[in-house]
Design a binder for this molecule. Sequence first.
Ligand SMILES: NC(=O)c1ccc[n+]([C@@H]2O[C@H](COP(=O)([O-])OP(=O)(O)OC[C@H]3O[C@@H](n4cnc5c(N)ncnc54)[C@H](O)[C@@H]3O)[C@@H](O)[C@H]2O)c1
Length: 267
Amino acid sequence: MTSPARPVLLTGASGALGRQIARGLGAKGWSLRLTDIAPFPDPLPAGARFEAADLNDGVAILRLAEGCGTILHFGGISIDRPFEEVFGPNLRGLYHIYEAARRERARVVFASSNHSIGFHERSERLDDDCAFEPDCYYGLSKAYGELMGRLYWHKHGVESVLVRIGSCFPEPVDARMLATWLSYADLVRLMERAVLAERTDLAVIWGASNNARSFWGRDARARLGWQPEDSADVYAAQLAGKLSGDPVCERYQGGAYAANGYSRREG
Ligand SMILES: NC(=O)c1ccc[n+]([C@@H]2O[C@H](COP(=O)([O-])OP(=O)(O)OC[C@H]3O[C@@H](n4cnc5c(N)ncnc54)[C@H](O)[C@@H]3O)[C@@H](O)[C@H]2O)c1
């Protein structure tokens, strides 16, 4: 079984996706450093240790990253929240992650989001070079994170895998997720490839399973050697009619986050 040469640091380890990744990569016997502001709720995998830290604490992040070859950055505000809440963990915290990566010559795998491009219409099919169209402050912080990745790649040669995650849940629950769903198993396989790939340079990946209704096209997955194996299509019969009833939500890829607080006058 292949293991990375250096330990992997996982932020947001106590969150929904962090726990899946910790379990999946831990089961491979990888050396993992887990961190989160909240305690880790599961039994620790054999090769893992956990240390609580706030992403706002740059010294703690530098220390945690010492000797690591990859940082899987999943910590921070993960939903549509006011600017002041998003600012610390998602903007300042991200700077701490990239400074740590620069020091360690580590690769960053950043949990970006479809909400960085959420104001594209659902009728569009997007490639990885599409314009950012954030649909909330949270989505804006993800666009900022991707731009931070670009800065550190061009200026310092720090590699990034920028994963625009769609909807990563145990199963899709509405019609929109027939396009955006990412299975937990596909997420874990993507993380494995993002760590093990010999070279990624600056790679943007659409984080969705193999969904026929996807809004998204070209990306850098071939460079990683990742292909999703699951699909939301098997849920189509039960979910295709499960719409929100809100025209703004249905018009834009970001769905409810685009509609939340929407005050633009049409016309
Ligand atoms: N779940 C999805 O469908 C989805 C979609 C798009 C993007 N993402 C991104 O993936 C990542 C993980 O998502 P999730 O669903 O597991 O979210 P989550 O909220 O369950 O996990 C985020 C974790 O970050 C931690 N955290 C928050 N503030 C922190 C701070 N100041 N310092 C240290 N840790 C802090 C939280 O305690 C939490 O455990 C997030 O970055 C999210 O934006 C998720």
